[in-house]
Design a protein around this ligand. Structure first.
Ligand code: 1KN
Length: 448
């Protein structure tokens, strides 16, 4: 291996109580809210089709115009308790909220820049209200923080001169000050979600990213930080020059989900997903296909079946309310979770052969129980199950209502679980109770 000072300092998963809680969340909410929400991807009646929170960077409008939007920010209908209640009904266990996106505007009253919420007509601390309201209903809070800051004159994309280095050193101090300020002001938070760390200036700041990670965790033991913060001695990100994950979980699955367990490299990971095709901040016109709640529930099941968490993004309007489609999806997911969350919360991957009807999960607390989250019922109504060697199926029943299902032993160690022929209209869960077989020989293959 390559000797590294600022590579991964841990091999394998974090197994402390905070990370075990993170591992069991299953479902989270992302919220992107800021000055970009005012424009919603439009300017002067023209709609631009990039991600709406990036409008400042696409030169659709003069920077000065964008940077004065804070004078209009006054979300009259914002009510953090209503946001938290919607999230609670949806069944999310954690929320990640933008405190500062790439545009540099701070939703909290930072003392390190005047470009913050206290200088808007709204004045009040949005982050504190959200942290308090979500914590009150038992949802853990994580803070999104963009390192890249288009508003700060000391930000640099690359370090090409002594003056770049002097400016960027000031910028790094500013960054650390803002993060330590957030830890002091919002001690209830459980972690940071970093973004904006792909440029050369940060790739050349591996030592700083390592010391920052350690400083924040020293101030706030148990803090959870994903793999998008750090760069190693050679500018490698997420995985260091020896291929080891730098961070408490793999934070790279943005609008995409691993296909197989192998794709997860056996790490903890999180998928962050938009309901439209792309775009995180409020957009008046959403791009492409609007995912249905059934599609979103299947993505959630797939993530949990592969040992990941599924985090769904919401982009509130400038007045602090959510668009109708987001409210409807939160309700539909919540209604499904109310019945089926046993197969999601504190569940993990099952290393049985993947089947077409859906996804397996297993409760981390019980290894003799397996859940089948069924999306595609075959016309035969027979769901094939191929456990790993020496695992036998004892019982099968519907999670919702306990109706017993008949199990048919097939050749080898496979089974059919036969469904009743009432047509389920929603994805549903079958519970399997298993037992270890005598370590007798498996049936030989009769088709010699
Ligand atoms: C293709 O490059 C990017 C860079 C940043 C992003 C940001 N990360 C998401 C979580 C949003 O904050 C988006 O603006 C998306 C795509």
């Amino acid at each position: 291996t390559i000797p590294l000072l600022h590579g991964a300092h841990r091999i394998g998963k974090r197994m402390d109580v905070d990370m075990n809680r993170w591992r069991g969340y299953g479902l989270g909410q992302f919220i992107h809210w800021g000055l970009y929400s005012i424009l919603g991807g439009d300017y002067n009646g023209k709609h631009y089709n990039g991600a709406a929170e990036w409008i400042r960077s696409w030169n659709q409008l003069p920077n000065a115009v964008y940077d004065s939007l804070y004078k209009q920010f006054n979300p009259k209908d914002f009510n953090a308790d209503k946001w938290a209640a919607m999230a609670k009904q949806m069944g999310v266990k954690y929320v990640t909220i933008t405190t500062k996106h790439h545009d540099g505007f701070c939703l909290w009253p930072s003392k390190y820049t005047s470009y913050n919420i206290s200088n808007t007509p709204y004045k009040k601390d949005i982050i504190k209200q959200i942290v308090d309201a979500y914590t009150k209903v038992g949802i853990d809070v994580y803070l999104y923080f963009s390192v890249m800051d288009w508003h700060n004159p000391d930000w640099r994309y690359d370090l090409k001169s002594a003056s770049d280095t002097i400016a960027f050193n000031k910028f790094k101090k500013f960054t650390q000050s803002q993060l330590e300020e957030q830890l002091r002001m919002y001690p209830q938070i459980k972690g940071f979600w970093f973004d904006g760390t792909w440029d050369n200036s940060w790739k050349k700041s591996g030592a700083f990213s390592d010391s920052l990670d350690q400083d924040l965790k020293r101030i706030h033991p148990g803090l959870i930080i994903g793999s998008r913060l750090r760069a190693d001695d050679y500018g490698k990100r997420h995985f260091d020059s020896n291929g080891r994950l730098m961070g408490d979980y793999e934070q790279g699955w943005e609008r995409t989900i691993p296909e197989t367990f192998a794709d997860t490299h056996g790490n903890d990971w999180e998928c962050d997903m938009t309901i439209p095709e792309n775009g995180w901040g409020y957009a008046k016109q959403w791009m492409g296909h609007w995912k249905t709640s059934d599609e979103l529930i299947e993505m959630l099941a797939k993530c949990v079946s592969l040992d990941g968490n599924f985090v769904l993004n919401f982009g509130p309007k400038p007045n602090g309310t959510f668009r109708q489609k987001e409210v409807a999806d939160a309700k539909a997911i919540g209604d499904w979770m109310k019945i089926n969350n046993t197969a999601i919360y504190n569940c993990a991957h099952v290393n049985w052969e993947k089947q077409d009807w859906g996804y397996f999960t297993t409760p981390t607390s019980q290894d003799d129980k397996v859940y089948m989250i069924v999306f595609n019922v075959p016309v035969s109504g027979a769901l094939r199950v191929l456990p790993t060697k020496n695992i036998l199926l004892k019982k099968a029943y519907l999670l919702d209502g306990d109706k017993q299902l008949s199990i048919e032993k097939l050749d080898g160690s496979a089974y059919f679980v036969h469904l009743p022929n009432e047509g389920q209209k929603q994805p549903f869960v079958v519970v399997l109770e298993t037992e270890k077989g005598k370590n007798g020989k498996q049936d030989i293959n009769k088709h010699i």
